[in-house]
Design a protein around this ligand. Sequence first.
Ligand SMILES: C[S@@+](CC[C@H](N)C(=O)[O-])C[C@H]1O[C@@H](n2cnc3c(N)ncnc32)[C@H](O)[C@@H]1O
Length: 340
Amino acid sequence: MAPMEAQVLIRVVPSYARGLPISPPPPRFELSAKPLFRSSPLRSTASRPAAASTEKPRASAIMEASGFDSEGREFKNAEEMWGEEIGKEGDVHKRKEWYRQGVGYWEGVEATADGVLGGYAHVNDADIKGSEAFLKMLLAERFPDGGRGRSLVALDCGSGIGRVTKNLLIRFFTEVDLLEPVSHFLEAARESLVPESGLAIENKATNFFCVPLQEFTPDVGRYDVIWIQWCIGHLADDDFVSFFMRAKAGLKPGGLFVLKENIARSGFVLDKEDRSITRSDTYFKELFHRCGLHIFKSKDQRGLPEELFAVKMYALTPDAPKRVHNTRAKAQPNRPGIIK
Ligand SMILES: C[S@@+](CC[C@H](N)C(=O)[O-])C[C@H]1O[C@@H](n2cnc3c(N)ncnc32)[C@H](O)[C@@H]1O
């Protein structure tokens, strides 16, 4: 395929992503755009999210919410969908197959920004700007000097070609480790992160882990920030929870997870092509609760094209929020006044 032709094809957004009828099936070339990155065929239920809910999800909320797959099939709840996709507990073969197909999808994608962003390389700037503002705010809140002058260490999970590290993390962290299960992406990251000679920047990409999240355990207490962007949808719920439970030990005291993800309006959207799911804000909150994580801050990503899923950033901490004691209010009620 000529390079020009390839470029044009990879940018095509299938008709179903624009909310048009699904049939006839999209031509072969349209499938080269990364489905995870597009909004659902069923826009009325799954595309733009409602404003993030502030309510605590009920324990069973996610089990009750219905969802869809990318072919328009409805599932009555997540349990039904996971039962089909990864089987019952102990069905090792089905689960293996889910992960094999997920990584297999990315093994067939070119190691470029357009490749990891499903033909949407042009959202890179808006994405990085949004992430930078969020990260600066977090560093300013966590450290009196905004983190300057400290040796900060980050982990970039599902790093792909190192786009987030190269454009953002390496400017704020003395060391960045990258984790990515697809070897040709990780190789591209390694090459692009070789320090340019003559630059006075001391920050560096240190470790390159070629493993999937569900098999990874970080070194204890190594990271100030564990950044997880556009990859957690590949993990089944139980692996999601056990990953975060293990990864908590990898944070330094006061360290944070940053999760940046596509958000479904309600329930979930299963992508049959790359074996990933897009979860709703409520779904995520229920999983955070199961992980024993608290939302320190969250923010919507602005400025992305309308046809894409909305995107949200969550900063998560294992530390319970400090209770604000209103001592005055506590001391006062029903106290008889002192008459002087
Ligand atoms: C949409 S790309 C995003 C890449 C990168 N985070 C970025 O924003 O540029 C999704 C990435 O998730 C990776 N991935 C797929 N399955 C994964 C898994 N089980 N664990 C970790 N990463 C996975 C893919 O190989 C791919 O690099």
